[in-house]
Design a protein around this ligand. Structure first.
Ligand code: SF4
Length: 338
C-alpha cells in the first residue's frame, strides 16, 4: 500500500500596499489596488489555483496569505480564495490559515469577517512601537494602532496572533530597542518574528545609504540586541524555533516550518515560489505579467531552477541549519508583512 502524500502548504501572494515603505524590496504592485485591479488579480489567482489543482496536487493543511498587504484585499475576495483552497486542495478542517495585516487596515468587524471565513492566525506587521521610526519607514500606522489592532483581533476571536518587529533601523539604540521589547511584552502575542533590517535593492533606504546619509547600527550592537531579544522572549515563555521566529508552546507557524523542513508548498500569484518533488519554480514577477499569463490561459511560471532542493541557491532557504544563526527570512520574500 502506498503512503499517503505529505500534505502541502498553500501560499497566496497579495501584492497590494497603500504605499511603498522606504525599505521595501518585496514583490508588490505599486499601483492603487482599486476594484478593477483587485478583481483582475483575483480572477488570475483563481485560474492559477484551478489549473494547478487539475494538474494534480496533494491535500493541503496550511494556507498563508502573504504580501504585499493581504488585509487590503476586500473580505469577500479573501473568502472566495479560502473557498477555492477548500474545494480545490481539500484544505483540512483544522488547517492553519494565516493572514498578514497592517495594524490600521481592519477593525473588530473586519477581523470577525476573517474568523468567519476560517482565518485562525494573524500576522501583524508592527515593525516598531516608535512613531518617528514608523514614519521614517513610510508606514501609516502608529504604535498605538498596533495595540488597538491586537485587542480588536482578539475580541473578534483570533486566538493566534504573531507580531513582526524590525531590528537594526538607522539610529537603533539599546534604549529604543528595549522599549520595543516592552511594547511587545504588553501585547502578549503568541508568536514573534524579528527581522534584521536589510538595506537592499532599489529602495529609498538603499539610495540614502549610497549617499552616506544613514546611521546604521554596528553589527556588534545588532548582534547584542538580537541575543537580548532571544533571552527576553525566552523569559516570557517564547522559544526561538527558527532564526527569526519565536513562539509560545504549540504556536510555531506550521506553514513557515514547511519552508525550513523541505516540505512541499504551492505558491500562487505574482512572484510566488513553489517547491514540489525537490524542485522549485517561480511565477512572473509583475502584476501585468502575471495577470496576462493567466488570462492567456497558460501558466504563470517564469522560472525553473537549479538542481535539487532549494538549499543549493546561496543557502537562502530550507536548510535545517538555518535555525541556528541570524539570516534573512523566507525563501521568496522577507516575511514582513502586511
Ligand atoms: S514593507 Fe510590506 S507594507 Fe511596506 S510596501 Fe513592502 S510589502 Fe507593503
Amino acid at each position: 500500500m502506498s503512503a499517503r502524500p505529505e500534505p502541502i502548504g498553500l501560499y497566496l501572494h497579495i501584492p497590494f500596499c497603500e504605499a511603498k515603505c522606504t525599505y521595501c524590496n518585496f514583490a508588490i504592485d505599486p499601483r492603487r489596488p482599486d476594484e478593477g485591479r483587485q478583481e483582475r488579480y483575483l480572477r488570475a489567482l483563481l485560474a492559477e489555483m484551478a489549473g494547478r489543482a487539475r494538474a494534480g496536487a496533494a491535500a493541503a493543511d496550511t494556507l498563508y496569505f502573504g504580501g504585499g498587504t493581504p488585509s487590503l484585499l476586500a473580505a469577500a475576495r479573501l473568502a472566495r480564495l479560502v473557498e477555492a483552497a477548500r474545494s480545490l486542495f481539500c484544505l483540512a478542517a483544522d488547517a492553519e490559515i494565516t493572514l498578514e495585516a497592517n495594524p490600521r487596515d481592519l477593525d473588530e468587524e473586519g477581523y470577525r469577517a476573517l474568523v468567519e471565513m476560517g482565518v485562525n492566525r494573524l500576522s501583524l506587521g508592527v515593525q516598531s512601537f516608535a512613531d518617528p521610526v514608523l514614519r521614517e519607514m513610510g508606514r501609516f500606522h502608529t504604535g498605538d494602532d498596533a495595540k488597538a489592532a491586537l485587542t480588536a483581533a482578539r475580541r473578534a476571536g483570533i486566538e493566534n496572533v504573531s507580531v513582526d518587529l524590525s531590528l537594526g533601523w538607522p539610529g537603533e539604540t539599546r534604549e529604543r530597542w528595549r522599549s520595543n521589547l516592552e511594547g511587545l511584552a504588553a501585547l502578549e502575542p503568541d508568536h514573534v518574528s524579528v527581522y534584521l533590517l536589510e538595506v537592499e535593492g532599489r529602495t529609498l533606504l538603499s539610495h540614502r545609504a549610497r549617499q552616506g546619509a544613514l546611521a546604521l547600527p554596528t553589527d556588534d550592537l545588532v548582534a547584542d540586541l538580537y541575543d537580548e531579544t532571544v533571552d527576553a522572549l525566552a523569559a516570557r515563555g517564547m522559544e526561538r524555533y527558527e532564526i527569526s521566529n519565536f513562539a509560545g508552546r504549540g504556536r510555531e507557524s506550521r506553514h513557515n516550518r514547511k519552508y525550513w523542513e523541505d516540505a512541499p508548498f504551492l505558491g500562487f500569484g505574482m512572484a510566488a515560489h513553489s517547491y514540489e518533488d525537490g524542485r522549485r519554480t517561480w511565477n512572473q514577477e509583475t502584476y501585468g505579467g502575471y495577470c496576462r499569463a493567466m488570462e492567456a490561459g497558460g501558466a504563470a511560471v517564469a522560472g525553473r531552477p537549479w538542481m535539487g532542493g532549494c538549499a543549493s541557491r546561496s543557502g537562502e532557504c530550507s536548510s535545517p541549519t538555518r535555525s541556528s544563526a541570524p539570516s534573512s527570512d523566507a525563501p521568496f520574500r522577507r516575511a514582513d508583512e502586511g
